[in-house]
Design a protein around this ligand. Sequence first.
Ligand code: SER
Length: 894
Amino acid sequence: MPKYMSGNEIRTAFIEFFKSKGHTYVPSSSLVPHGDPTLLFTNAGMNQFKDTFLGLEKREYNRAVTVQKCTRAGGKHNDLDEVGFTARHHTMFEMMGNFSFGDYFKDDALAYAWEFITSPEWLGLPTDRIWVSIYTDDDQAFDIWTKKVGVSPDRVVRLGEKDNFWRMGDTGPCGPCSEIFFDHGPSIAGGPPGSPDQDGDRFIEIWNLVFMQYEQLGPDNLVPLPKPSIDTGMGLERLAAVLQGKHDNYDIDLMRALIVASAEATKTAPDGPHAVSHRVIADHLRSTSFLIADGVLPSNEGRGYVLRRIMRRAMRHAHMIGAREPLMHRLVPALIQQMGDAYPELNRARALIVETLKLEETRFKQTLERGLRLLEDEVGHLGEGQPLAGDVAFKLYDTYGFPLDLTQDVLRGQGRGVDEAGFKAAMDEQRRKARESWAGSGEVGTEKLWYEIKDELGATEFFGYDTEVAEGKVTAIVKGDARVEAADIGDQVMVVVNQTPFYGESGGQVGDAGVIFSAGGAEVAVSDTLKKLGAVWAHVGTVTKGTLKVGDVVELRVDSERRAAIRANHSATHLLHEALRHRLGDHVTQKGSLVAPERLRFDISQPTGLSAADIAAVEDEVNRRVLGNSEVITRLMSPDEARAQGAMALFGEKYGDEVRVVSMGGPHGELDRDYSIELCGGTHVRRTGDIGVFKIVSEGAVAAGVRRIEALTGTGAKAWLSERDHLLTEAAGVLKVKPDEVPTRVAALVEERRKMERELAELRRQVAMSGGAKAEGGNEAKDIAGIRFAARVVEGLPAKDLKPMADELKKQVGSGVVVLIASNEGKASIVIGVTDDLTGTLSAVDLVRVGAEALGGKGGGGRPDMAQAGGPDASLAPAAVEAIEKAIAAKKAS
Ligand code: SER
């Protein structure tokens, strides 16, 4: 028996071994393929090196070692349905690989592999348990294995193209390969590779060594690669099974820990009747968590739907073993404990993973139970082995959210299938009905109209990637919700033309504006362009001249300046996306975007806010790429071609007949394929320098786990920066300092103000106290016809402070009249208080009028005990006091 090694030990050993052979360790790339947007999910270690093999991309190293996370679900390589029922199918697995990019070739590749698996220092597998297969006529490999490495010739098997010629897809790098098998021994059924019973479990392929020598350009078109290279792949789970003395990948430590966690959480036996469900849960926990960590969120299309299918399949199994509360999210800690060290992204995205799993499970729970009851009822009516009707499977899909593979999974245990053709027919029928049922009113009525136009006229041809001016022929005019033959001045219309350079709103990019001129002299000012039903371009605008008729030949001119601004913003969005991933991690993916002429908005999956340092770093990174001024490369291909490149592409309908792959951001004119590469239907700048300058102006939350960034480019960004600069200059002018001294000056002023406020408060207190003391002492308080009278004139006290002071003085005087006059920048405020015992004879309102008049003003108001007024000339305060004294004396005398 080989020595025991844990999954984590194996991973480390593999990396260390190849590092000791001069290989650079390159971390796993994201499950959402970065360098190859035509691929659904990363499915092999070599994906991230595809362009390096093809000689299109240079790296700093020519030997690399990786442990790559891979997903095989959805798309062409779909192992989802098998998971749980077999020993070696996974939706997520780890592939260890060593790579040579034009460096070593067969000799070293085979020698390294042999050393790693047999040397007692490393894995120490017994050599007599190792078998190898080679490509039919690869005598070179035969010689190396038998003569140099020393494998017994009777354990070297020659196999054909199907087994021993590896291809990434219908096109791309490829070459003959040699596979290494481990013999689990005669106690297990199965024959050696190539024998009739090779599919048994005795001889298990553990390592595939590919001699990358060719590029497949098309069927029967094989050209040599610039340099022969090496790509190897060894499944970590299989190897762990060998080293842990197991035949089943689900018995290895990494998987077993999750199975046990699932069993404990549901208080069921891990290996009892629920074994299949625990395996499904363990596997799906891995793939869903890793996908979420890489930015995929459940949705109804594309990658998000594959994720949802995996999640729901797991939830069904959780339900089956009796979990009444959401289960999956509770198992995340067990997964992180197993794999969090090797994959720190799991830790970083922990909250997002837990929340996403919990939410999806909570939502699906109700319909799951009801759907399962319906399914049970339906199955009750079926004969043995009779498949479930397609329309029932469709109802489960449509009403209960059961992906087809979930229904199939339920029925699998009963040896029953689903009528898939019937399911598809029901789906088509529903689409047809949806189209027909557009009733004849409002919005809905117009949709029906657009279906008619599309059916009758077909799709509009779009020229706008290459040109902003083009000729076309008007094929339909829509006014209100009806088609018309002609439109006159002032009419608001939507114009359909057979071909156009106007971009129709899609993929976040707004529609173009511009002008349509007809040969007959009509003009339409176009304010927006819509893409109806993904195919028909509707130019929205107003007729400003003449009469436009169906059949007219027209010239269409896009508002070029506006388009240029949109282009800059769109390209900046791609650079921003990439820069965010670099800064924050691969979990960042686009959750929505708006590309308008005046700004761009970009939503990303990201659980926490960006710090000022993050924003500055991202902004700098984008601006560096802008200054690099590299060419923006767009490649166009049919979905088939694109699929062929990546073998497992999945495209939403939105991509239509052509897939555009846009790359940009490499340094100084050289295409750096590792920078931004996206599938995109939008319009872009020619070189990144056309973006001008990039500025983030806001960042915030829009939904749980989603952040929104708003940014400007080109003249918009320049205007924003100028405005900021202007504000700073203005502030500096007011402060009479240089702009760069503004912050220090403002800080000093704020401090000064605080100090002054403190001093002022102290002063007021003193004024009030001292005035009162003197009034009480009688020295300052006069007697006017038996009435105590105190008057104060104060400098610089705000009017609002006078009343509280007057109240204070009144208290001090006890019985009498108090007068307070404040002078502020030459103007006077006056407050007069009369103690309550005297308001029967003297009114503060009357007295304040006298005072105001003496101060050059008039009026005033208040109550008999307290009144207030103002006057333009504070220098008259002594006269005012005198006038009030007289008024009191006169009143008393009367
Ligand atoms: N690319 C090969 C595979 O996936 C070897 O890594 O099997």
